[in-house]
Write a protein that binds this ligand. Sequence first.
Ligand SMILES: [Zn+2]
Length: 451
Amino acid sequence: MKCYRWIAGLLPTLMICLGQPCQSGFAAGQFGPTADDSSSRADATRVIAVRAGRLFDGKSDRLLEDQVIVIRGDRIAEVGPAARVSIPPGAEVINLGRATVLPGLIDAHTHLFLTGESGGRYDEQLLKESWQYRTIEAVVNARKDLEAGFTAMRDLETEGAMYSDVDVRNAINRGLIPGPRLQVVTRAISTTGGYPLEGYSPEVPVPTGVQIVDSPDEARKAVREQIKYGADLIKIYSTHRFRFTPEGKLLSIPTLTLDEIKAIVNEAHREEVKVACHAYGGEGLHNCFEAGVDSIEHGIDLDDASIQQMVEKGIYFVPTLYAYENEPEEDLRATGGKTSRARIHEGSFRRALARGVKIAFGTDVGPFPHGTQAKEFEYMVRFGMTPAQALRSATSAAAELMSWQDRIGSIEKGKFADLVGVAGDPLADITELERVRFVMKDGRIVRNDIK
Ligand SMILES: [Zn+2]
């Protein structure tokens, strides 16, 4: 997903972000992508044993001590206490005995095709960079995210680079380039006037960061086209412009009509594809619940009815907290210092957490540098999560959002051998995740800086 900041001279606070919804109604493997058919995986006869001084399995509240993970090819063959699990003869042993080993991290909201968009860079990327150049940037970004420990991601639209994310996903799966296993959105969907580029003269044709639809029929056709050309999930922008009232209340302007969103969700679900909904609040957000989307991205201004809907329907919340913490100044200027999206967002996150809404880790990385998105953990914990909850949001919970809980998100027999290692104890200091020192994907070492 992307978050796009619009610094042009319209509303000082105008900002566009993407969100994606996910609903729990679909079982693993039943729904969604099969895009991780990697031919790059490790030789099936290769056996590796990882010694883990401490291990977070992706599901529990505590660390296990002195564990061994046996890996055959690209999969975990066995995991358990060193006293019980014997290391097979001839296995390559990786000693992380002084480190903490965790499942590979999952970022459920990224933008590989954005490379620092603030200060007008977004317009420049769409107007001056070819899809080919942007794809090269995306390849570089994918490697940075992987080396930071993110072994799986949902990439939430290319921002004008059309279907180039499908090629990046396929190249990773085929072993041509390093990168996380990906689910990709392709183009995303909004309405005329519901997405940048904006602010140009009517007689000058300029590209748009999404596919535009203006009727239920056009919406249905867009979904069909995007799936035809390789989309793993559909993303809609259900709100776009926003402003603050003099009292400091956030008003989010809807884009798609309820009928258009219903057509999108109906068509996507007919084709067994999930729908992610970017929404801040208000009518656009509520339309997404009524239409039956699967996840809410950002959800900055969640009222009690929204939270109730998310709990009842099992809709995932992908908050992307850090992206908003980055730049509260423009909001503070717009509200005379009363409030900001960041502070409203914090309140929504705290209330959703208290009510038991399913929360998946997502960062909106792209507008800020790839490979730095683990900063999100710090804000999740600061706003009320335990470190273990925050880690589960980026492992087992995000895997469920992707319908990939049968293959990633925990360190268990049969799962892909996607692992990360940090030097310290992340339950004592969540910022350890900002200093990932060991990364393995598909049983292959991406980096190992643990000595
Ligand atoms: Zn986004």
